[in-house]
Ligand binder design. Structure first.
Ligand SMILES: [Cu+2]
Length: 147
């Protein structure tokens, strides 16, 4: 059977529609975890505006939720992700990629080696599947100077 051009377009459009629908359905089926009201991630150390050496220990804080390793599904928990010099947050509803740095063992601090200059640091929590919570639990972005 030979399809005319409008029919080819119609077939192509319906395939695209199918694809979009299936993508939307699969996106909706990703388990997004709710975060409790008032949950907050924050960077304990260094402080915004600090001047530090090239070896920087970053200490992660979290209130209103608990830290659990990746893969452990437990309500009101997650693990930290550290964004270094990243101006945009990871996309909502999708597993967080690389970078940011994942702390999937439930670590609450890390030591970075940074080049001299200014750098930004920010935390975002991810659930057992590395997906940001709803609403996302994100720290303020801090800026440090490395000497
Ligand atoms: Cu992760």
């Amino acid at each position: 059977m030979r399809l005319t051009l409008p029919k080819k377009i119609a077939v192509a459009l319906s395939l695209v529609t199918l694809l979009v629908v299936s993508l939307v359905v699969s996106a909706q089926s990703l388990p997004i975890s709710k975060s409790p009201e008032g949950a907050m991630a924050y960077i304990i150390s260094p402080k915004d505006g600090d001047t530090v050496g090239t070896e920087v220990t970053v200490v992660f804080g979290l209130t209103g939720m608990g830290v659990a390793p990746a893969g452990i599904e437990m309500e009101n928990t997650g693990h930290h992700h550290l964004l270094v010099d990243q101006k945009e947050l990871p996309e909502a509803g999708k597993p967080i990629g690389n970078p940011p740095l994942h702390f999937g063992k439930g670590q609450t601090e890390t030591t970075l080696t940074l080049e001299p200059g200014t750098h930004t640091l920010q935390l975002i929590l991810g659930n057992h599947l590395h997906i940001p919570h709803d609403p996302p639990v994100v720290s303020e972005m801090i800026t440090i100077t490395v000497e």
